[in-house]
Design a protein around this ligand. Structure first.
Ligand code: ADP
Length: 259
């Protein structure tokens, strides 16, 4: 895309010529498209739960369920779960906007990754337990301390573990692994899950990108988790990476500076 404008050249008020100035606005156009897609995606994602909440709320208010308390209770549960989804989505959007506007600052301290991972695993123990999934943090014992913001690191680990649980069939295993590399500690979250097709791999860290939107929607994600992970890790000066084989499992890597 080219934007052209004409600049008259004058010397002492006399027109000497006209210069055409071309600006390449390809990048600007791209940014504008990304912004527009983002607004469209957000609106769509927000509208779905709101529509459900409104619909079931109306049904309850209609009074026809007064003699059917079981059905009424189910409706309330549906309303509750969609409110939760809405709250998650708004929380993720706020985090993302803070990350992207640069207003989120880090409070870096030396941390033991073993403790941080153990804590995150504890928070998701029930969810994993419901699918008989084991979370193994043993490989982190004795790993060198890293420099990270505890709250933000927890957010990263929870996002990665939550995904690993969501996309791993019952009785699977999730293991933390590590590798050291030029002053950085690489931390991997490896699962025995459904994996990711090679064509989707380059895009999964994008906002709202989901491998199979229809299937994933049942899992209740927002499509924002991995873009939040990437932003937080990059803010720490680290990088993210993923290896995956469909039907076998995935490993999500983050690298963080050693303390
Ligand atoms: P979501 O809220 O959909 O989980 P994310 O940004 O966290 O959004 O992940 C983006 C997509 O990447 C997911 O929808 C899913 O298709 C894929 N994905 C993420 N983690 C895994 C994993 N551990 N195994 C398989 N697919 C995954």
């Amino acid at each position: 895309h080219l934007l052209t404008h004409w600049v008259p050249l004058r010397e002492e008020g006399v027109l000497q010529g006209i210069v055409a100035v071309f600006h390449d606005i390809t990048d600007l156009k791209k940014l504008e498209n990304i912004r527009r897609d983002f607004v469209a995606n957000v609106s769509h994602e927000l509208r779905t739960p709101v529509t459900v909440i409104k619909g079931y709320g109306e049904a309850l208010l209609g009074g026809t369920l007064e003699n059917d308390p079981e059905r009424a209770r189910r409706f309330v549960e549906i309303i509750y779960s969609h409110s939760e989804r809405l709250a998650d989505l708004i929380g993720d959007l706020l985090t993302l906007s803070q990350l992207e506007s640069g207003t989120l600052t880090l409070d870096l301290t030396p941390l033991q990754i073993e403790r941080a991972a153990g804590h995150a695993a504890g928070l998701l123990e029930q969810k994993a337990g419901r699918k008989q999934i084991t979370i193994n943090t043993a490989a982190l014992a004795g790993a060198p301390a890293i420099l990270a913001d505890p709250g933000r690191l927890e957010q990263v680990l929870i996002n990665l573990l939550d995904n690993a649980i969501k996309y791993t069939p019952a009785s699977g295993t999730i293991s933390f692994i590590t590798a050291e590399e030029n002053g950085m500690l690489r931390i991997g979250v490896r699962d025995t899950g459904i994996g990711i097709p090679p064509k989707d791999l380059p895009r999964i860290f994008e906002r709202f990108y989901r491998v199979d939107a229809a299937r994933n929607r049942d899992e209740g994600g927002t499509g924002l988790g991995l873009s939040i992970v990437k932003h937080i890790v990059q803010l720490h000066g680290g990088t993210v990476a993923v290896e995956s084989e469909p039907g076998k499992g995935s490993t999500f890597w983050i690298s963080l500076r050693k303390a």
